[in-house]
Design a protein. Structure first.
Ligand code: MN
Ligand code: MN
Length: 462
């Protein structure tokens, strides 16, 4: 301690732009270019998995084979039902010393198409949706949407669907009510003004030419889908089609300091966790594990979610290769639950408690706890764990700050942290601050995206 002033926790000089070196700033810009391109190509968890596997294979990763012998430096991965992905780099130390895990989710809120979705009404063909995750419904009307996903046929064949990505493709939208006729709706509370059953995609307005046919508007759409994809109306039953925003990840702000894109929660951390593992693979002492998981937005349930035994099976297969008990590996492991934090927004200042709020351009946000109503459903990392991460990040020169979700009792939310911690793995939350989280267009700071990546590198190497 040099002066009495050092007794104070100095948050007056926390803006990362006052602390980052010019070299790091250009590295951040290059990193963000890669991130934007990856995100634009990866709007669903299935697309994220497929693009991540390509990137991993280019970097020497191969599928893990159960029962094989693993040696330091081996790079392996395993795909779970096309929706989540685990990657590992075997460290110089044995798995009895634990693993360093970065766990992020790669699903994002969106509009899923219903199992029997197509209706004809007043000479329009319409696709019914059922929203996925916590959306504000009014965000999803009158914006351009694409249709991404798969149709799984009874034959066992899977048809990949992508409509809107190519600039020659048509787009879809849900037309909003005109203000001229919205007097009644405008007086309703926000949560009631838009109902889930109103989120219907306009997909056609042209009749099938044969006037003898019934439901000609619906038939026209089915005819086009059959021509392009070979599917019938009944095939929607075993399809997973999602309406996702149609725009690319781009620079935002006149100073280009921000990235605006769909699905940054939590692909911003997913990409950082992946990229960091690829970039540290040559130098890991401890085995590094990158978990890119599905279903966080609906409670981490299901076979591809964080509660699934898939994670345990994968790490157990790694442990078997070295004859190490899984429980020994877990009790010595460290997990960064990498998920976005709610960045302070001056337009909505009243919901934040500024002294403990996450801030754009203050680097990666570290959250001791999340949850709601008195930390309910939160991991609440121990002070020892917070101290360990503080030391790790400071030693690595990572710009970071602490991040609480908002004012006490104003709301809340969770991450995958508790499901990792329940496995007897030391776990703490950290991630990129986001403005307009869960909106179809989310904003992050470029400096923070880069520092999230630097944070993951520190965890793998720590
Ligand atoms: Mn999230
Ligand atoms: Mn979320």
């Amino acid at each position: 301690m040099s002066t009495k002033h050092d007794l104070l926790f100095d948050t007056a000089h926390c803006n990362g732009y006052d602390r980052i070196s010019p070299d790091e700033l250009s590295a951040a810009e290059a990193y963000c270019d890669g991130y934007k391109a990856f995100l634009t190509a990866s709007k669903t968890e299935r697309e994220f998995v497929s693009n991540a596997v390509s990137l991993a294979e280019e970097n020497g990763f191969r599928p893990l084979i159960r029962g094989e012998t693993l040696t330091p430096g081996d790079r392996v991965y395993r795909i779970n039902r096309n929706k989540s992905l685990l990657l590992a780099v075997i460290g110089k130390e044995g798995l009895d010393k634990g693993v360093a895990i970065c766990a992020a989710h790669i699903d994002s809120p969106r509009l899923d198409i219903k199992p029997n979705p197509l209706v004809e009404d007043s000479e329009f063909a319409i696709l019914k949706t059922h929203y996925y995750g916590g959306i504000r419904k009014y965000h999803w009307v009158s914006i351009p949407l694409e249709l991404h996903g798969v149709v799984c046929l009874k034959t066992g064949e899977t048809v990949q669907v992508s409509i809107g990505k190519d600039t020659s493709d048509p787009l879809l939208t849900i037309p909003d009510l005109l203000p001229h006729l919205a007097d009644k709706q405008a007086k309703e509370p926000l949560y009631a003004a838009f109902s889930g059953e109103d989120l219907n995609l306009m997909v056609g307005s042209k009749p099938y030419p044969d006037q003898e046919e019934k439901e000609r508007f619906k038939l026209m759409v089915l005819d086009l889908l059959h021509e392009k994809y070979g599917i019938t109306e009944a095939d929607f039953i075993s399809a997973e089609l999602c309406a996702v925003p149609a725009y690319d990840a781009r620079d935002y702000g006149l100073d280009r300091s921000l990235i605006g894109a769909y699905g940054q929660d939590d692909k911003v951390c997913g990409y950082a966790a992946l990229r960091a593992l690829l970039d540290t693979a040559d130098s890991l002492n401890r085995t590094g594990v990158c978990m890119l998981v599905d279903k966080e937005e609906i409670g981490s349930e299901g076979v591809s979610g964080m509660k699934s035994l898939f994670f345990d099976t994968f790490v157990s297969d790694l442990c078997d290769a070295q004859g190490v008990p899984l429980k020994t590996c877990y009790e010595n492991a460290f997990c960064l639950s990498a998920d976005v934090t709610a960045a302070f927004d001056p337009n909505f200042a009243s919901v934040y408690e500024l002294q403990n709020a996450s801030r754009v351009n203050w680097g990666v946000g570290v959250a001791k706890y999340t949850g709601s109503r008195g930390k309910g459903e939160s991991n609440d990392a121990g002070a020892e764990t917070v101290a360990k991460l503080r030391r790790l990040l400071d030693d690595a020169g990572v710009i970071w700050h602490l991040a609480e979700l908002g004012k006490v009792d104003v709301g809340g939310g969770g991450t995958v942290a508790m499901y990792m911690a329940n496995r007897n793995i030391e776990t703490i939350d950290a991630g990129t601050p986001v403005l307009a989280m869960h909106a179809p267009l989310e904003l992050t700071g470029k400096l923070d995206c880069y520092m999230t990546y630097r944070c993951m590198k520190a965890v793998y190497c720590g």
